[in-house]
Design a protein around this ligand. Sequence first.
Ligand code: GLN
Length: 202
Amino acid sequence: PPVIGVLALQGDVREHRAALEASGARAVAVRRERELAAVDGLVLPGGESTTIEKLLRTFELYEPLQQALRAGLPAYGSCAGMILLADRLVGAAPGQSTVGGLDVTVRRNAFGRQVDSFETDLVVQGVPDSAERPVHAVFIRAPWVEEAGPGVQVLARVAGGEAAGRIVAVRERDVMATSFHPEITGDLRLHRLFVQIVSERG
Ligand code: GLN
């Protein structure tokens, strides 16, 4: 099976590891450069993007991760992970920067203070049966994709309500990102999609 790392500095690492294992991958924690070098793909979990950025620098992983992504390492970022993968960020904290790798503009804490978290059902491209059996998406102080570059495939948009039409899942080559947290719902289809992306590349 493909070996998929979960960036294990902060955030919901355990949930992603369990979802990857249940999706047919071998999941390993990544905190060191040598651990990063040994994986076929990497998940950047949800959590707090400024905290993860600081820890990436402390663990001297920031630049190695940037280089690995430039060299084509498959990656999947959920929520804070989406923020870290964005080439451009609006609503950033003072001094906040991103690792990049995805040609998107992401707005941090996009859904506003009044709606810190909400749940909705989504049709997701690449999850073939999601029209009949939608992906239940949980958003927690989530970002959205404000603008996607020409090479970026939009996988999902919010269907209704105030945020209708907002882009909440994207893929560019072997890098995908979601605003929401499939790792906490028990629905493995997005993790399976990522495991498939990593396997096809290997
Ligand atoms: N708001 C968080 C951030 O800016 C992301 C929230 C999450 O990952 N659940 O990093």
